[in-house]
Write a new protein. Sequence first.
Length: 252
Amino acid sequence: MNLVVKPHRPWLTRMLLGLGIIALLVGGWTLFDYGRYLAGYNRAECADERQTLLAVRKKLEQDVDSLREQKALLERAAQIEQEAYSELDTTLKELQGEILELKEELAFYRGIVSPQDASSGLHLQRFKIESNGEPHRYRYKLVLTQVLKNDRMATGKVRLSIDGMMHNQPKTLTLKALSEKRVNELNYRFKYFQKLEGNLKIPRGFTPFRVKVQIIPHNRKRNSIEKTINWSGQETENHVRNEKETETDGAN
């Protein structure tokens, strides 16, 4: 039996295997590149096109940033314009309110200086009821006047009452039942005019129809004045208008 001894070189096998793999990769890439060449692929043109696309993308990103800035500026300008419009609208409404108040004051003082009925002397110049913002609560304001040529002091009392329906029954509520201070009547004392005002609380279930105002002078030579004023029926702000005015001889 013959024994053959062969040298063992594992590194040679590994080197050959590595070279084979490298050759396979180089051959594959060469075939791939050759296939692209046959298909009309040009590496230089592709590189140029890629650079062009990158430049276009950069330009588009810059345009988007610029448009975003313009949008932010326009939104801010619109906001400033809206705020300025709101302020102007508020100012305009305030001025209109002031003009209306001045017109009412002018009419009021004209009624004192040159009343339509100078012979009547004492009379109710203005009466208004409006909501004070709370349910069933109202504020009344009335103005008494007498002509300027009359330099006598006017004194007396005013009685207020409200006619309406409560639980399907007619009912009249006096000032004592309606006012917070539980006063029976209002006292006045003035030479030319006087404003009287206060708060009222309407009971739940009561529907007001009209207000009666009685002006009773202390001087028995002067006639008492009674006015019946319709209740407007609006919940937020109640302005009343004169419906009926009568004079009675003497004071109560």
